[in-house]
Design a protein around this ligand. Structure first.
Ligand code: ADP
Ligand code: ZN
Length: 680
């Protein structure tokens, strides 16, 4: 095994030539093979090869080299499959080099559907799919929309460009980028649209189908094997014209990709946090560059990184300043919880209760937002104070009381939101043996729903969280019921914030606006601003004016002030200056290193060794090792390092030199997280 990069020449390899074949294995680079008798192979071909005693399928990557020809085995056969195109291959190399993942691990993401590449005979047929029709007319655009749409259409004709499409919620950003999609379709090329929560995006799918007369292809974790197989192959063959997907769709083998759209580009869920750790928005920009195609980043609250790129002139910005059809942005009001306390075991202040009462009386809809699943985030023993924690993680157990779809079966379960551990509530305290002594502390959405039921007994309510919604169908049903006004009051976690359009929704209440600020990491303020702005943006999207009420104990916090004043630019300018002064991204680079293993002493030993060999240099700082905030996760002890460098430092080679000196025992894991977003 060695390393080699994808070759640009469409070289043909003839019998007797040596080849480097990349195999989709977690630790693999390329392996050398020989072209067998009668074979003609080219870079990108899928091939079956001998590996140890078994066989494997890999991709011809480049000419081979390091192993003598008489020690190489011949390729068994070339598979009857469209070759992996050059931009995809170069992308895999690029992602591997950037994230320090093994190229084989990245190829594995591109070859995630084994049965599409090496089908059994009965799996060969794919059902034909209707094609989106670009000739259908779109909506009549407003003047601002038309300007933005024309600019995006023009970009489609050119090479690599990055365009930020920024516009307030409800300004018609989706309509505008649909015009660019139509342009790509007219040119016969393919489009990739990345959405943060694709399985919750029924409204987006319906709009696409209404605009183009046929649905797009979907790509996410909630698909049947057959759907994955059909789509993978249709993408490779060029028959799938528009793919809408989660971040992993970036690794699909597009035959002729012409445009990428990243909707809600600021969304943190674009960061993949395990396996190959990468940021899908950033990698999408790379993919566009390698394919020499345009990319559009779309958001109402663009990330600080993207704003900085606009300011530096690297990205172009298109702006939609107003809501479509004269709808007004919601008014935003802070409720100072230091003055408006709530009664014991209740979480709604009087001003919020009044606003909800008025909206319901007027026949409008309301929404309550609390970013906490379950009934209560903490359960403790009233007798001795013991807190119930996960046996495998540094985390409290979260109590859950209702079954799926909010059907209140009163059996209480305790769950760990990190590892999935679950148990019934114990009959007695494990510490002091007191019976029936447990008290729930703090609210989750289920508990909030209890208060709502008590205060508004006639309101039709529903709870929307990843626990109550078991897939795209259930999510779509709930959204439909909301649109048909079969629900008066929707209670939910951040998934209610995502892109939904509820014309009758006028009041949005944020129960605990301070929640996201608690962790205090680099992006806590920015993330809280974006999330709360997006939640508030659900209100008043049509004829009725919207109001958002935010309960906070820190009304003078910069995030709350920015939300109320509506002055996003000033807030982001201040955040940008803070980051610049501290040398934080995007003005400096960060990489995290996480050492983990089942035994704390072995983890500490490796961490100490890493510390001894830590890189030094003028523009390099290494912090740690420290116990991670999640010091134990799934039974593994975790220690963190943070590497901080100037922008000019090639952080990957610094890391490589550091890690190459270390041979961790197999029970320990060393994870590299370039550009970390989570610091847990
Ligand atoms: P955004 O993506 O900026 O939040 P959308 O594209 O979802 O905005 O548009 C918000 C609502 O306004 C949608 O229901 C959309 O169909 C409608 N809309 C936007 N532009 C137009 C237009 N030019 N004509 C008619 N309806 C429009
Ligand atoms: Zn756990």
């Amino acid at each position: 095994m060695h390393t080699a990069t994808a070759n640009c020449q469409a070289a043909e390899f003839l019998p007797g030539d040596r080849l480097a074949v990349l195999l989709p294995l977690p630790l693999a680079g390329v392996y050398d093979y020989l072209v067998g008798n009668g074979q003609r192979l080219a870079a990108g071909d899928f091939v079956r090869v001998q590996l140890g005693r078994g066989q494997a399928i890999g991709v011809v990557w480049s000419a081979g080299g390091t192993i003598e020809a008489d020690k190489c085995r011949p390729v068994i056969e070339r598979l009857d499959q469209v070759p992996l195109p050059l931009p995809s291959r170069r992308f895999i190399d690029w992602v591997a080099a950037y994230t320090l993942a093994a190229p084989g691990a990245v190829l594995r993401m591109a070859m995630s559907v084994r049965s599409a590449i090496d089908p059994k005979p009965r799996q060969r047929r794919a059902a034909p799919c209707p094609l989106p029709d670009w000739r259908r007319p779109g909506l009549a655009l407003s003047a601002d929309q038309a300007v933005a749409a024309a600019a995006l259409r023009r970009a489609v004709g050119g090479g690599f460009t990055v365009t930020l499409l920024e516009g307030v919620t409800g300004s018609g950003k989706t309509e505008v980028y649909f015009e660019a999609v139509a342009e790509v379709l007219a040119r016969g090329r393919q489009v990739l649209v990345l959405l943060p929560e694709i399985s919750l995006s029924a409204q987006w799918l319906a709009r696409f189908a209404a605009r183009f007369g046929a649905p797009p292809r979907e790509w996410h974790s909630d698909l049947t094997d057959k759907a994955r197989r059909d789509t993978w192959r249709a993408v490779a063959e060029g028959a799938a014209k528009v793919v809408v997907g989660a971040r992993s769709a970036l690794f699909l083998p597009f035959r002729d990709l012409g445009l990428i759209v990243v909707d809600e580009e600021h969304d943190a869920s674009f960061k993949q946090e395990d396996g190959v750790i990468y940021h899908a928005r950033d990698m999408a920009v790379v993919r566009a560059r390698l394919g020499a195609i345009p990319i559009a980043l779309v958001s109402a609250t663009p990330s600080l990184e993207t704003r900085t790129n606009v300011e530096a002139g690297r990205y172009r910005r298109l702006h939609l300043p107003t809501r479509h059809g004269g709808a007004k942005l919601p008014s935003l009001q802070l409720i100072d919880m230091r003055r408006h306390g709530t009664a014991r075991q209740s979480w709604l202040s009087q001003p919020l209760i009044d606003a909800l009462t008025d909206a319901l009386a007027a026949g409008e809809q309301a929404m309550l937002f609390l970013n906490r699943r379950g009934y209560a985030p903490l359960t403790l023993c009233r007798a001795c104070g013991h807190r119930l924690k996960c046996p495998h993680c540094t985390a409290w157990l979260v109590s859950h009381r209702s079954g799926p779809l909010g059907g209140g079966s009163a059996t209480e379960r305790l769950r760990c939101h990190h590892c999935g551990y679950s148990s019934p509530l114990p009959a007695a305290c494990p510490e002091c043996r007191a019976a029936d002594s447990f008290a729930a502390c703090g609210p989750g959405v289920e508990r909030l729903a209890e208060e709502v039921a008590a205060r508004f007994p006639d309101a039709r309510t529903a709870v929307m969280t990843s626990d109550t919604i078991s897939g795209p169908r259930a999510a779509a049903d709930l959204v439909d019921r909301m649109v048909r006004h079969e629900i008066d009051l929707l209670i939910g976690t951040q998934i209610v914030a995502k892109g939904h359009h509820f014309p009758l929704l006028t009041v949005v209440g944020v129960v605990d606006a301070d929640l996201g600020l608690a962790g205090g990491d680099l992006r806590a303020a920015e993330r809280t601003y974006q999330l709360l702005w997006q939640v508030a943006g659900r209100a008043g999207r049509a004829a009725h004016a919207g109001h958002a009420l935010l309960q906070t104990y820190q009304p003078e916090d910069k995030v709350m002030e920015a939300l109320v004043s509506g002055d996003a630019d000033r807030f982001f300018a201040a955040e940008t200056e803070d980051r610049r002064a501290a040398g934080m991204p995007p003005f400096g680079r960060l990489a995290a290193l996480i050492v983990s293993g089942p035994e704390a002493t072995a983890v500490d030993r490796l961490a100490a060794e890493l510390a001894r060999r830590a890189p030094r240099g003028a523009d390099i700082e290494v912090f740690g090792p420290v116990a991670a905030p999640l010091a134990v996760l799934r039974g593994r002890h975790r220690r963190r390092f943070l590497l901080k460098t100037a922008r000019t430092v090639p952080v990957q080679s610094v890391l490589r030199r550091w890690l190459d000196q270390i041979r961790p025992p197999s029970s320990l894991r060393l994870q590299v997280d370039i550009d970390p977003y989570s610091f847990l």
